[in-house]
Write a protein that binds this ligand. Structure first.
Ligand SMILES: NC(=O)c1ccc[n+]([C@@H]2O[C@H](COP(=O)([O-])OP(=O)(O)OC[C@H]3O[C@@H](n4cnc5c(N)ncnc54)[C@H](O)[C@@H]3O)[C@@H](O)[C@H]2O)c1
Length: 335
């Protein structure tokens, strides 16, 4: 197997850290460079298992700093890039969109442009590969039926999804204009270990353990398609190694839950795994709060292309994976 030089941007965040653990375990011969600015959402301790591995290095670099990124690319000489670095929380993008434009749009542009320059100089533009990791939120919202396919028109509704849609368009343009070897994935909501406190599942578990009200937007009717982060990492691995250049692949769990049903499910896991819950169970703490502006009603992914073309399948072990996830956050918040 080739000895690849793999740069992972955003590798100290939720999905990036799980991806690096997956890559180190499955491709011990790869040289991996984790490039991360270390925002509030990151934690290098997620990578303590691999931090002293000979094939792993870390650089604290902000991809909006083009000069530093250019220097780093020339020093590391990547032939493979997984691009995950991004501001990722919709609520933050509503409160203050500017960092989303800088990191997600300008940062992606800097990365594309510096890779294009370097790979062109080295005659590697068509052989080296960039996998751009994006979201199903670029497609906007669905009604009560239908699924997002790769052909669904983009209709982003939040500053976050608009910034990701913009980055997807830049990646597409670098393929069509310069012949860059890119692939893009658009994935549904991930769950699993290493997610920042602010996101839905960690918030539910943390507030429940504190016996505080568990905040649910609106009436909790919004539907999301939940995918375990390890299944997403396997999909990224497959698309990176076998996806066709210039293509996009949707990644999803065929696992739709309304927010209220998901939260009730988490509460029922807490009821049987954590002693000392409130009388009547953790679900009694559920409290409906004013809805998020522009809150998309439903996201659901048709992953047929990924399944049929690359043979990826969701492991379909939602019960066990959710229990393992709850246990991971209980251990974190009980410390
Ligand atoms: N979490 C999900 O459910 C989900 C679903 C689909 C797609 N995605 C996409 O996957 C990627 C990773 O998401 P996540 O949930 O792990 O996010 P995260 O917020 O947990 O991690 C993002 C990481 O990027 C880093 N980062 C941010 N701005 C940077 C910059 N300017 N320079 C360098 N590093 C920077 C942060 O420090 C952090 O470590 C994002 O691109 C996101 O849009 C996430």
């Amino acid at each position: 197997m080739d000895k690849k030089r793999v740069m992972v941007t955003g590798g100290a965040g939720f999905i990036g850290s799980n991806l690096i653990l997956h890559l180190v375990e499955n491709y011990p011969e790869y040289e991996i460079l984790n490039v991360d600015k270390l925002t509030y959402a990151s934690d290098l301790r997620y990578l303590s298992k691999v931090s002293s591995s000979s094939g792993y290095t870390f650089s604290k670099t902000d991809i909006t700093d083009r000069a530093s990124l250019a220097k780093l690319i020339r020093a590391f000489r990547p032939d493979s890039v997984f691009h995950l670095a991004a501001e990722s929380h919709v609520d933050n993008s509503i409160r203050g969109p500017e960092p989303f434009i800088f990191s997600n749009v300008v940062g992606t542009f800097n990365l594309l442009e510096e890779l294009r320059l370097y790979w062109s100089e080295e005659g590697m533009l068509e052989t080296a590969r960039l996998l751009h990791v994006s979201t199903d939120e670029v497609y906007g919202t669905l009604g009560s039926d239908g699924l997002f396919t790769e052909e669904t028109p983009y209709a982003p509704n939040s500053p976050y999804s608009a910034s990701k849609a913009s980055s997807d368009m830049l990646v597409r343009a670098y393929h069509h204009t310069y012949g860059m070897n890119v692939v893009t994935t658009n994935c549904s909501n991930n769950y699993g270990p290493h997610q920042h406190d602010e996101k839905l599942i960690p918030t539910v578990i943390r507030t429940a353990l504190q016996h505080n009200p568990i905040p649910i937007y609106g009436k909790g009717e919004n539907v999301r398609d939940w995918l375990y982060v390890a299944d997403h990492c396997r999909a990224l691995d497959m698309v990176f190694h076998h996806g066709r250049a210039g293509e996009t692949y949707n990644v999803g769990g065929r696992n739709e839950w309304t927010n209220i049903d998901l939260v009730r499910k988490i509460c029922s896991i807490l009821d049987v795994t954590v002693d000392g819950g409130p009388d009547g169970g953790y679900a009694r703490l559920i409290s409906f709060v004013t809805d998020r502006p522009g809150h998309d009603l439903r996201y659901a992914i048709d992953a047929t292309k990924l399944e049929e073309e690359l043979g990826w399948h969701n492991t379909q072990s939602f019960e066990n994976d959710l229990k393992a996830t709850v246990a991971w956050y209980v251990a974190r918040y009980k410390k």
